[in-house]
Design a protein around this ligand. Structure first.
Ligand SMILES: [Zn+2]
Length: 253
């Protein structure tokens, strides 16, 4: 990918990330993403273009509102930088082609639900539904695997988590179940299973570390969405290598 395209994608990703941040922060609160226009949550002053440059405005204004000097949450620039890095990496790794129609929205989706789940412990229905419809439409005309793979993916993804929710009596939220149904529709049933296993592994490891560090108490619920997102991210880029390595290991032992 040449440098100019790379810079263009980086800038575009930053603005997209900033928009997704707004989605992640406003939708769970039941607010519209368009109205009111971006404003300071303290003084409600409407923000101008110079206040809305992703990441840069935050540092130029030293993390304060230009109008009332109230502190702006660091979640905005951190969320924007995180989302933009994921999008830039994805464009670079996937390269130019139809697959970007799946890869970029998928990563945008994962970044947005990670922020919502960390902030509010919610994966919004509206966001799940929006991406579900989007991926279903793309899969109507672009399917590297037989179309049925994606339909089964939706059933396996949603079904697996629903089963765990029933068995664990609410250990898994409705948002998580729908999230995995959406991802099944986007990627098919094989990646959904690998993602879930990886997410459980990550969740278990981090859970133990947080318990030992006494950051969380036993029985305290940790949002599972970010772990699912991490599992899906790793599976999307390295899923085949992981499956091959695993099969090799089984066959040798
Ligand atoms: Zn203000």
């Amino acid at each position: 990918m040449n440098t100019l395209i790379f810079i263009f994608i980086t800038l575009l990703s930053l603005f997209l990330a900033s928009f997704l941040n707004v989605v992640a922060i406003r939708i769970p609160k039941g607010e519209s993403i368009v109205f009111p226009a971006s404003h300071c949550v303290h003084c409600e002053h409407r923000l101008g273009p110079l206040d809305l440059i992703p990441v840069i405005s935050f540092f130029l204004l030293k993390g304060r509102c230009r109008y009332c000097q109230a502190k702006v949450s660091y979640i905005y620039p951190v969320g924007e930088m995180f989302t933009a890095s994921v999008l830039v990496y994805t464009s670079y790794k996937v390269g130019w082609g139809l697959e970007l129609l799946i890869a970029l929205p998928l990563m945008a989706f994962l970044a947005s639900i990670t922020i919502s789940d960390l902030l509010y412990k919610i994966i919004p229905n509206k966001v799940n539904l929006f991406f579900f419809i989007y991926f279903m439409m793309v899969r109507l005309f672009y399917y590297p695997q037989p179309p049925l793979t994606y339909l089964i993916g939706m059933l396996v993804g949603g079904g697996l988590l629903l089963l765990i929710a029933i068995v664990s009596r609410g250990g898994m939220g409705g948002g998580d179940i729908k999230l995995m149904a959406v991802v099944g529709m986007a990627l098919g049933w094989q990646p959904v299973i690998v993602s879930f296993l990886l997410a459980s592994l990550f969740g278990g490891l981090i859970g133990v570390i947080l318990l030992l560090a006494k950051v969380v108490k036993r029985k305290q619920a940790i949002p599972f969405g970010p772990f699912l997102a991490a599992g899906i991210f790793v599976t999307y880029f390295w899923g085949n290598e992981i499956i091959l390595a695993y099969l090799n290991w089984i066959l040798r032992s």
